[in-house]
Design a protein around this ligand. Sequence first.
Ligand SMILES: [Zn+2]
Length: 244
Amino acid sequence: MPLSLDSGTGSFSLFKHPAQFHLFGDREFKGEGLEHGEGPITATQVHGDKILCLRDDGHGLVQEGLAQGELEGDGLVTDRNACFIAVATADCVPVLLFDPKRKIIAALHAGWRGSVLNIAAQGVTRMVSDFGSEAKDILAGIGPSIGPCCFEVGEDVLSAIEEKTPHKVDVIRKFGRKFGRKSETNRWSCDLPKLNRMQLISVGLPPEQITVAGLCTSCLPERYYSFRRDKKKLGNMLSGIMLR
Ligand SMILES: [Zn+2]
């Protein structure tokens, strides 16, 4: 069963709005529930911060481009109805955004590189600048990804996060020390979901409107693929959202 914020672990009720359908897929997901929509629309993900806006202009040109593999990006934003936009992950963080007031949605792929590039916050910024959303209205769901229990990184990743995350220096330091803990082997545990949550808060999302699944892909082999655990790419999970 794919994880839906509607049927998750209790604190997910904020995402129950009838104007959207979303899910965080697992290994078994075969597209159930998507029959009545267009898609899944996915872009070729490159661990960057490019966000593609699919406008509901009736032409579907962008979608055509995506189908031809001409467009790359790690985030999709749309106001298009019945269009399931999605990202594929196998450890990286899937972030879904929903503005129930203006009916705008986003799907973002945030691995550590995307997180360093602040892609979750950039998704919010695009919803605001291109579609007139207000950050205070946006609901966010941060799906299953590799957790701090299993995501061990070296100083290079930690420094990249500390240096390039666009927060004031003191906040970054506090950030790093807060979510990173140094082990005897000079490795660090990194909490990507938490980093994404903080980035969303930094651009104005009320903390109570952000739901974190709290499920580690590496700890749950029956349920999820994990690139780090499996040491190779066996598959990935689709997570997405659709307006209806
Ligand atoms: Zn884990």
